[in-house]
Design a protein around this ligand. Structure first.
Ligand SMILES: C[S@@+](CC[C@H](N)C(=O)[O-])C[C@H]1O[C@@H](n2cnc3c(N)ncnc32)[C@H](O)[C@@H]1O
Length: 226
């Protein structure tokens, strides 16, 4: 999927994926990961999610990577306004491309291509929160995405949210990423792939119902080493 697709979405503010509240999954399941405050949490393909603000408010360092500078301008301002953080915006080169970087008070946001980010640029990562990141990408990009997660976070524990629906009836994004695929991508990186939740959401998804789907399940995983 080309970056223009997402830049267009942000320019038109067609961002149906964005939630105006902290995701209930994060609130419910984050404690399961037992990540010590002070640790750094990677939030790949973060948009302007309030989840990242919540994680920072709980004492975690946060690293957000997102193509859209529009999204990160808003997110950085929210972090300044809500948490009184001092965050500076500068520019850097990411794989030869100009990219905005926002840094300060336990926050690092990079407006650029996730696949161009290096471990040296972001530093050590102790946990990963993937909501609407893996499922935002078509199948052809998902292997590279999971390898990049591994490269940036080593075997750090991860909270992962996926969807399961009939991709023959409706297309993504968000794409269906079935349990088998999660295991294919991540069993090589994590010893434990624990399913924490499996919920039918079709009644709350009129857009998918209108396309003819009768089931749209949301799954939550805790990926970890022991
Ligand atoms: C479905 S949205 C989810 C955003 C956020 N995780 C949330 O829950 O609101 C996917 C986001 O990934 C971003 N994105 C897509 N491809 C990317 C890439 N290669 N590098 C960085 N961000 C990317 C898009 O701009 C978009 O904001």
């Amino acid at each position: 999927m080309h970056s223009d697709f997402w830049h267009d979405k942000w320019e038109r503010m067609e961002i149906g994926f964005h939630l105006n509240e902290v995701n209930k999954i994060l609130l419910k399941y984050w404690p399961t990961l037992k990540v010590a405050p002070g640790s750094t949490v990677l939030v790949p393909l973060c948009g302007k999610t309030l989840d990242l603000v919540w994680l920072r408010s709980k004492g975690y360092g946060v690293v957000g990577i997102e193509l859209s500078e529009i999204a990160l301008d808003e997110l950085a301002q929210l972090l300044r306004d809500e948490l009184n953080l001092s965050i500076e915006k500068t520019r850097t080169q990411l794989n030869g491309e100009d990219a905005a970087v926002y840094r300060g008070d336990g926050v690092l946001l990079i407006a650029g291509d996730f696949f161009a980010v290096t471990p040296e640029l972001i530093g050590p990562v102790h946990a990963v929160y993937d909501r609407a990141a893996l499922v935002a990408l078509p199948a052809t990009m998902r292997i590279d995405y999971c390898n990049q997660i591994r490269r940036l976070s080593d075997h750090a524990p991860q909270l992962l949210v996926t969807f399961d629906y009939d991709q023959n009836i409706a297309n993504g994004p968000p794409f269906a990423v079935l349990d088998d695929e999660v295991r294919t991508h991540y069993a090589v990186h994590y010893a434990q792939l624990e399913r924490l939740d499996d919920r039918e959401l079709i009644e709350q998804e009129p857009k998918f119902r209108a396309k003819g789907l009768t089931s749209f399940r949301q799954l939550v995983y805790h990926l970890h080493q022991n």
